[in-house]
Design a protein around this ligand. Structure first.
Ligand SMILES: N[C@@H]1[C@@H](O)[C@H](O)[C@@H](COP(=O)(O)O)O[C@@H]1O
Length: 236
């Protein structure tokens, strides 16, 4: 894995943004995999400031909570609309459907979409427990898009986005590790000391389903962009 260590979150966003734009500019069509959470916010801000040409870009997001209406303030649909889709004219935008009675079918449909539009570049964050998208520890590395029950640790980390703790959904629909690994290129961003343990495991640990991000060791085109704090436990 190619590792770029920079000073802080702002620098991470700059490096990731520039790599992403370079990848899709001038391409007839490009499928860009996007992520939510705190980590990509600075990247999306740069998109809003610089407004690159994205009419050739189809976006596919990693995941969505189960049981929230698309226009719910805390859904990932709303997050993406507010951060990006209301500001730039992408060719198409897709997120998994977590608000349906037939979640199995929603997973199947999303996997079909990914087969139709293979991801050229996938942006990822990493959870404190090493999860990628919502693939929690214990998820086999070949899983397609599926329904997950969120761990206490993930619900805890994400509760800041909800008014009440009990509002944090218990389940989500997520691209699987198998789906993510099919992306031709992956950029993972992580900043801050809270991510240091997960980053260390991902880079220095053995392949282990208990740290989903270690799966990335098997991918041939991954760039990890981290700040000094997130990298601080590596090689120690
Ligand atoms: N489903 C998202 C992940 O895609 C994200 O990478 C992770 C880290 O979030 P943050 O960037 O806020 O630390 O949180 C959530 O669980």
């Amino acid at each position: 894995m190619n590792v770029i260590v920079v000073k802080n979150a702002e620098e991470i966003s700059k490096v990731a943004y520039e790599k992403m734009v370079k990848a899709f500019e001038g391409k007839a069509e490009f499928t860009l995999g996007l992520a939510t959470g705190g980590s990509p916010l600075g990247i999306y801000e740069l998109f809003r400031i610089h407004k690159p040409e994205v009419s050739n870009v189809i976006t596919v997001n990693l995941d969505e909570y189960v049981g929230l209406a698309e226009d719910d303030q805390t859904s990932y649909h709303t997050y993406m609309a507010e951060q990006l889709f209301n500001h730039l004219n992408f060719k198409e935008n897709h997120l998994p459907n977590g608000n349906t009675k037939n979640l199995e079918e929603a997973c199947k449909n999303y996997e079909e979409l990914l087969q139709k539009h293979p991801v050229d570049l996938q942006l990822l964050g990493i959870g404190e427990n090493g999860h990628i998208a919502f693939n929690e520890p214990g998820t086999p590395f070949d899983t397609p898009t599926h329904i997950v029950e969120l761990t206490e640790s993930t619900r805890n980390a994400n509760k800041i986005y909800f008014e009440n703790e009990e509002d944090v959904p218990t389940h989500a629909v997520t691209m699987g590790i198998g789906s993510i690994m099919r992306a031709k290129e992956i950029i993972l961003v992580a900043s801050g000391i809270k991510k240091a343990e997960a980053v260390k495991e991902m880079l220095n640990g053995k392949l282990d389903i208990n740290c989903p991000a270690t799966a990335l060791q098997n991918h041939n085109n991954v760039t990890i962009v981290v700040d000094e704090e997130a990298y601080s436990l590596c090689n120690k």
